[in-house]
Structures are given as structure tokens and as C-alpha cells.
Design a protein around this ligand. Sequence first.
Ligand SMILES: [Zn+2]
Length: 102
Amino acid sequence: MESKVCTRCKTEKDADKDFYMCQGKHRSECKACTIRKNAVYQKRNKPWRDRLIDEQEKRAYMTKYYNANKEKFVEYRRKFKEKNPNYFREYQQKKRNPQSKG
Ligand SMILES: [Zn+2]
């Protein structure tokens, strides 16, 4: 058999059995690592992030989104403060006394 060392878990495995093929070549990561990586990625992934793979792209998108809806955000914050006048005070107190959390 042809063996191959996975670049991720550094384990020597059967190249044909334990590695996926990609364009006629074995991938550098074994099946177990590929599956685990995909599971973590899918868990973290939210629908609105689907097209935003890059961290920088994501931040640029959020900044653009925020700027386009600035008034809404400010208004939302203002209304929230009106409805919950003690929220921010309580939050500050909780931050100061971390033991007293419910
Ligand atoms: Zn591996």
C-alpha cells in the first residue's frame, strides 16, 4: 500500500483508504481531519456569512452595513435605553462584581 502522512494530525495512513482524492491527487489532510474541519466550519457558519469567507471581507461588509443603517442603529440603541434605563447601569455593576452573577 501507499502510505501518506497527514499534514494536520501528522499520522501515517493508507493513502488510498484514508485520504480523499482531489483532482487526481491525494489531499494533504486525511479523511478524519477533513471531516472534523468541515464539522467545525459548519457549526460556526451562519447563513449570512455564507459568501464571506475572508475575515477582512467580513469586517468590510459589517462596516458598510453599519454605515448604511447608522440611523437605525442609533435609534434602536436610544429606544432600548429608554425602555431599559437600568440595563447599562446593571451591566456596569455586574462587570464590577463578577461573583454576584445570578
Ligand atoms: Zn489527519
